[in-house]
Design a protein around this ligand. Structure first.
Ligand SMILES: O=C(O)C(=O)C[C@]1(C(=O)O)C=C[C@@H](O)C=C1
Length: 352
């Protein structure tokens, strides 16, 4: 495929650039403020779109319409424009209003960002919103993202935003509320339940403000989802307040615990938890394999030897020490990591 043009080299534009590079696809980017490496920098829309089939618009949602208006005079009908905004109704409206039937376009939302890419999380998923004006555009967008190793989900812009209002928007809303109420992530210890949310709190801290504003303000369904949540939280709070301090078990509809199964409920539950942990271990092995492939590429570029016995011995020693700190048998943990390293060396040479 020809070079990809990226309009906007913010957090997502840069992350997309690194994905394209990993897939061996060239790209050029244009951004009036961001620092773009010389080899990828375009200095005008004209220079950016010359010789490209695909233009990715990665700008904050409120800037979308104006950017598309500036881009339009430089576009040709054989090119394809896609946006990557975190909401879909508004950007698709802008694409329709500015490009209409003149240039093919399609709305997309990659459900990953710089943090998930850095942590080699898989699968990478992208929502694509086909539109009747350009039926081929969704197919082309699918082929493009599949080349980057992504899985595709098709949705209407409304369907996307409704789901996001109850997931993305509410998670960020809760996390921001907790951050503002003083639940910082710099605490000496935390239960797993908090750790799951602390990543969202970190994302909000790192965010330039665009993402939070976009997923709340630019999603037409987010305000309603937030008020439902506030209503539900208020009801739970009231029920908790109403329980007398000496009461044994709360008898309230919101606070009832699920009924226990017959048979050996403890064994069933424990086995379910073990299955869950093993699934997470497999997921971690997949992420680790991806990171090992990255290490291999970096070493190949630097001309360093691939298997690194010294690094492996140092790793085994540190894992033994971690095991001992955690009260686990260092010999057993060493054997596991030797197997992981064998697996890793094999995975470095296969495609993930
Ligand atoms: O750290 C590296 O150099 C890697 O290639 C990664 C890795 C690993 O899986 O951790 C794989 C093979 C090397 O022998 C050492 C370590």
């Amino acid at each position: 495929m020809s070079q990809v043009a990226i309009v906007g080299y913010g957090r997502f534009g840069r992350a997309l650039g690194s994905l394209l590079e990993a897939a061996g696809i060239g790209y050029r980017a244009l951004d009036p403020v961001a620092d773009i490496p010389e080899a990828h920098r375009a200095n005008s829309f004209q220079e950016l779109v010359a010789g490209t089939e695909l233009i990715v618009v990665a700008v904050p949602v409120p800037r979308m319409q104006a950017v598309l208006e500036n881009l339009l005079p430089h576009l040709r009908p054989e090119q394809l424009v896609l946006d990557v905004g975190s909401v879909k109704v508004k950007p698709v409206h802008a694409l329709n209003a500015v490009l209409g039937t003149r240039v093919p376009w399609v709305g997309t939302h990659p459900l990953f960002g710089p943090l998930s890419l850095a942590m080699a999380e898989r699968p990478l998923r992208v929502v694509v919103c086909p539109n009747p004006l350009h039926p081929n555009a969704a197919r082309q967008a699918r082929a493009f993202f599949e080349r980057l190793g992504c899985e595709i989900i098709e949705q209407t812009p409304e369907g996307h935003d409704r789901i996001m209002a109850h997931t993305h928007a509410l998670t960020f809303f809760v996390a921001k509320g907790m951050l503002d109420a003083g639940s910082g992530v710099d605490v000496p210890f935390a239960p797993a339940s908090f750790k799951a949310l602390s990543r969202t709190i970190e994302t909000i801290r790192a965010d330039a403000g665009h993402l939070f504003a976009a997923i709340q303000h630019d999603n037409p369904f987010a305000a309603e989802a937030r008020s439902h949540l506030l209503g539900a939280l208020g009801a739970i709070h009231q029920e908790l307040e109403a329980i007398p301090p000496e009461a044994e078990a709360p008898e309230t509809p919101h606070l009832e615990l699920p009924a226990l199964e017959t048979g050996l409920p403890e064994l069933t539950e424990t086995r379910e938890l073990i299955d869950q942990v093993d699934r997470e271990l497999v997921e971690l092995l997949a992420r680790r394999a991806e990171l090992a492939r990255r290490a291999l590429q970096a070493k190949a570029q630097a001309g360093q030897p691939v298997p690194d016995p010294a690094r492996e011995e140092a790793m085994v020693a540190s894992r033994r020490a971690w095991a001992a700190e955690r009260g686990l048998d260092p010999e057993g943990v060493e054997a596991i990591f030797r197997a992981v390293l064998r697996f890793s060396r094999r995975a470095q040479h296969t495609k993930g």
